[in-house]
Design a protein around this ligand. Sequence first.
Ligand code: HEM
Length: 513
Amino acid sequence: MPSYKLAKSQRTVGLGLTLCAFHTVYPQAMASLLSQPYGHLSALLLLLCVAPIFYLTGLAVYRIFFHPLAKHPGPLVAKVTDLYSTYHAWKGDRHIDFWRCHEQYGPIVRFGPSSLSFNSATALKEIYGFKANVRKGDFYLAFPATKDSFSTHSAVDKATHARKRRVLSHAFSDSAIKSMEKYILSHVRQLCTNLGEKGAGSRNNLFAPEKSGRVWSEAKNMSLQADYTTFDIMGDLCFGKAFGMLERPDNRFAIDLISNAAHRHLMCGTYLPLHEYHIDKLLFRKIAGMRERYMQFSKGQAAERMQMGEDVNRKDFFYHLLKAKDPETGKGFSTPELWGESNLLIIAGSDTTSTALAASIFYLVHNSRVLAKLAAEVRAAFSDVEEICGGATLSKLQYLRACLDEAMRMSPSVGGLLPRQVLHGGMEVEGHKLPEGTVVGVPHYGIQHNPAYHPEPFEYKPERWIPGSEPDITSESVNVAQSAFCPFSIGPRGCIGKCKHTSSPQACLRQRH
Ligand code: HEM
């Protein structure tokens, strides 16, 4: 039963309990009211005032004590309403709340009336693996701007998703990615130029001039520089033109639009009536307004690129999307679908990669030992910065890979829980039989900070990914860590850009060394 049906049955039970309570508690009061002049009107008014209170109380009582998930622990408010999740989505601390709840309540937490969070590697495979009897949760219904613009990411139906993913996968083939590498590298060069700039700020720098006479460059907000870089890269890869954010401020407004659009999706996804009845536009006017502007922005980018058609000298994602046909159905993407995909790719590719890059830089500059070891590895492998590009030498840089993985473990770009909904027939997770419609998931930040898999979880320790790098790091311990590492999610809905992401942060980091 889909979760909305589960919710409907819960409401019916709530209503039943309300009527029983009303009938039991108030028969005399009603009888005396009805005997008064205008008694029927007063009785109706009383009913209208009191019934919602009884109804909501009945529903809460049912959800706390009689619901099929009632035995699982969790915050009391979360057992009663999904607004608990919406509050944390609004506040921006949902990932930390999942971690805190698992610390407090144990490996299984009820984080919504029909929702369970699991903090184990077994559950990760059972829920997100290829054999899982789940689909993406109703949460994703809040993402598309129109019903025709579902993307590969937001498609809930399994067959629809499979078709879209087959078409999109053409754009992510090894040769397609390789042919775009030169564009990635040109933005990395620009980033390095920006970092070396000796602007007005450099004169005020506490450390300038150094004893050697060298002047420090101007201090930069690296999180913004990471944003500009990844957005420029995605512009080139998706639409065949960079947004020019590294060089000029004109298009930088789009970053704010995207983070607001993502914030709005998260809040509305956790409580769908906000999306369905457009309540977000009333309650979160600024955020909803920014999301609207983002939709226009992405539509504009897609329209501009579509006008260029397939007759372009570079094979960006759009080239493949316009051309590709599903080998099974022979169908390509319609115009609204193309818009949906471009809308998705800008968010999915830039914001996530930017977070991974910013996190890596943050941990490296706060861990001088690790930074020195990484610099030594990169310098030993390449004698000139221009030698650095994708290929065998780069793939051999074990410590670079470990530094990135460790940053994504500690600060995953997608930190919360990706909800999956149990399909007809139910399923078992960690030995618990779950009915159809139950929402299940594993929170990324939570499991990646679970000491059972990642000892000293708040320590930035790239060595944990390399067997033999320390006496207690063995192949087994690395396997255990890997089993609970999911920054890209896993299974049929795992990240399609996983191979590509390694090119951008890796390219940026290695060139800075
Ligand atoms: C460090 C970088 C990245 C991280 C951490 C990341 C993470 C993720 C995660 C966790 C998902 C699953 C989302 C869900 O189930 O709702 C996902 C899906 C996806 N990602 Fe990424 N991603 C990254 C980079 C990229 C890039 C560069 C692209 C494209 C250029 C991309 C495109 C996609 C797409 C299309 C999906 C949907 C796949 C599907 O549902 O079949 N991602 N990503």
